[in-house]
Write a protein that binds this ligand. Structure first.
Ligand code: FES
Length: 626
């Protein structure tokens, strides 16, 4: 098949692709991280590129819908809908790149006594001789018994380790580190100072990794990375749909996740001068879909009512069975899931925040494409999952983007001026989630938006484009002749649904426990996105309950903290199991008040929802909290 030479600029990636590959597939093949929120179906409109030269296939109806007339005139196309017919030169605008993104790994610091499931022992042996011809495995186990009173027989040694044992012992000059989990030897290597573990929070968008010393609990390195499955779809539903559609795609999703975790493990180990094979155990937490996709479990039942997971209990599996390259006999422990859409990451978050030990009414939420919310009333926990969607990741928002350089992360309206702050202090290219919440709050406080989210036309920065009102955050002139950055009426509608879903989840939990929001003494906001939002703005738009700001606590990546805790403490694993079994799960859409509450929760402003009715708190109150 003839191949065409494709030149992607300004990233400077060039290579050969066939005419059977779309420009999106071609970009991904060449390692160019083009956004593809819908997984290449032509519906999200986010894989926009400009074809500068070269023949390509005709415009599709999806493209006519997604691209403006002026974009079409300038040669913009959707990369997933366009196939090259000859050599092409393609320009990728910044907003179409999954640019290096701000990933959050920091979270709560929890003091915990190390009591790991895997313990490493140092042993010394005499080398064999004609007088002492004991076999290598028995020699090692006798030393383990003599020096540490551990009594094991050779079948306790993992088969892979047994296959490597003789050269390892000779290479390490009969001094070794033996790592034991329960009654099994899971790693044997040269004598070392440390015993290493790997904790992973496998998020839909981001992956956070930590490398603790298991004997002290001290984290030696931590790092974040993007989940490369994003190229297959932004949210779990698109990835589940992809996996259901083809075994090959399910395999690809599994491989992408494992490859990313292996890469992260290598990078963490490189930071402290060790190898990933020195990791003796891993703990992974993630939502139920990420958990299932990583393990190669079926996901179809997750997408169909009643949304049942394939398995929910904690698992200990050989890391090599899923392609994780740690110590050859090492295990990966997966914390338990709660339900189809409330997974081990929620359990880890509850473990880290110790919500089950708190008295009174406490709310904890981890905001993301799926927002999990837990209400604890004197340790009785109830959780829901809200489909808040990827709008806060910038998807389906005209100038939305993820939290990368150039994203407007905070803004304020002063008269007819807009003051804004971008990530990295670079020129603005779009708006990320925290900026979007500020924009809504500011537009509401400046009465550009009514409480029903309707945009008024009487502000100097409101204009009409293609029959739709939009508020100009950065005009073409202010952006040095570049594109204007705006927020449209359609964007606001999309964001109302996202924030309304979260508020509905909170309200349903309060109603189910016959509690009012005034009774909530603490609101814990976990997760990367939650760390960067301005809580006052989130209260102003009615996403969070109208409570004094000192009741809110932003705790960073608590799921990652929970994963670390489970790695270094067996007790923490037991606690996680108790949490998973103790949490009562509510299926949000099945509750009787859902539709009524959701309709109210879409409104902006500060209000209470009582029995499906909204009780407004005055706008002056809003101004006071700003
Ligand atoms: Fe191309 Fe969504 S429109 S990836």
């Amino acid at each position: 098949m003839t191949e065409n030479h494709i030149d992607f600029e300004p990233v400077g990636r060039r290579g050969q692709c066939t005419a059977k590959q779309s420009l999106l597939e071609c970009a991904h093949q060449l390692g160019v991280e083009l956004v593809s929120l819908c997984g290449g179906k032509g519906t999200c409109g986010r894989c926009k590129v400009q074809v500068l030269s070269g023949k390509h296939t005709q415009l599709t109806s999806d493209e006519r819908e997604a691209l403006s007339p002026s974009e079409l005139e300038q040669g913009y196309r959707l990369a997933c809908q366009t196939y090259p017919l000859e050599d092409c030169k393609v320009h990728i605008p910044t907003e179409s790149l999954t640019a290096p993104q701000r990933t959050q790994v920091d979270g709560l610091e929890v003091n915990i006594r190390p009591d790991p499931a895997v313990i490493s022992y140092h042993v010394e042996m005499d080398s064999p001789s004609l007088e002492d011809h004991e076999a290598d495995a028995e020699r090692l186990l006798q030393a383990l018994h003599r020096e540490h009173h551990i009594n094991l027989n050779p079948s306790a040694i993992d088969m892979k380790l047994l296959q490597q044992l003789s050269p390892v012992l000779r290479h390490s000059k009969w001094q070794a580190q033996v790592s034991v989990k329960g009654n099994e030897v899971v790693a044997i290597g040269p004598r070392r100072e440390r015993s290493l573990g790997l904790a992973i929070d496998l998020g839909t968008t981001k992956i956070a990794g930590y490398l603790p010393d298991l004997s002290t609990g001290q984290v030696l390195a931590s790092k974040g990375a993007m989940n490369p499955q994003i190229a297959c779809g932004e949210d779990v539903i698109s990835r589940i749909a992809l996996a259901i559609g083809s075994i090959k795609e399910a395999g690809r999703l599994q491989k992408l996740a494992v490859t990313a975790v292996n890469q992260l493990a290598r990078e963490l180990c490189a930071e402290v001068g060790v190898k990933a094979q020195d990791i003796v155990e891993a703990v992974v937490v993630g939502n139920t879909a990420m958990h299932h996709l990583l393990l190669g479990l079926p996901v179809e039942q997750l997408a169909l009512s009643p949304y049942v997971p394939a398995v929910k209990g904690a698992l200990d599996i050989k890391a090599r069975d899923i392609g994780l390259k740690v110590a050859p006999g090492g295990y990966v422990h997966l914390l338990p899931n709660i339900a189809g859409f409330v997974g081990a990451d929620h359990v880890a978050m509850l473990l880290a925040t110790k919500i089950s030990q708190k008295k009174g009414v406490v709310l904890a939420l981890d905001i993301g494409t799926n927002t999990e919310v837990c209400l604890s009333c004197d340790s009785n926990m109830t959780s829901v999952s809200c489909a808040s969607g990827p709008a806060f990741e910038g998807a389906h928002i005209k100038h939305g983007m993820r939290a990368a350089d150039g994203a407007i992360e905070h803004m304020q309206i002063v008269g007819d001026r807009v003051n804004y702050q971008t990530i990295g202090g670079t020129p603005p290219v779009g708006i990320c989630g925290s900026g979007i919440i500020d924009v809504m709050a500011e537009l509401y406080l400046n009465r550009v938006l009514g409480d029903n989210g309707r945009m008024g036309a009487d502000h100097q920065r409101v204009r009409t484009r293609q029959g739709e009102l939009e508020f100009v955050l950065v005009s073409e002139e202010e952006n040095s002749g570049g594109v204007a950055i705006t927020i449209t009426q359609k964007d606001i509608r999309e964001l109302q649904l996202a924030k309304g879903a979260i508020r509905t989840g909170i309200q349903v939990l309060l109603d189910a426990n016959s509690r009012s929001e005034e009774e909530i003494k603490e609101v814990i906001i976990a997760g990367a996105f939650g760390s960067y939002i301005d809580v006052a703005s989130a209260v102003t738009i009615g996403m969070l309950p109208s409570l004094p700001l000192n009741r809110f606590k932003q705790v960073g990546n608590a799921a990652g903290t929970g994963a670390k805790m489970a790695l270094i403490s067996k007790d923490a694993r037991g606690e996680a199991q108790d949490i998973a079994e103790g949490v009562k799960y509510i299926e949000l859409a099945a509750t009787s008040q859902f539709a009524l509450t959701f309709a109210q929760a879409n409104y902006l402003g500060r209000y209470r929802i009582m029995r499906g009715k909204r009780e407004v708190i005055s706008i002056d109150g809003n101004q006071a909290i700003k």
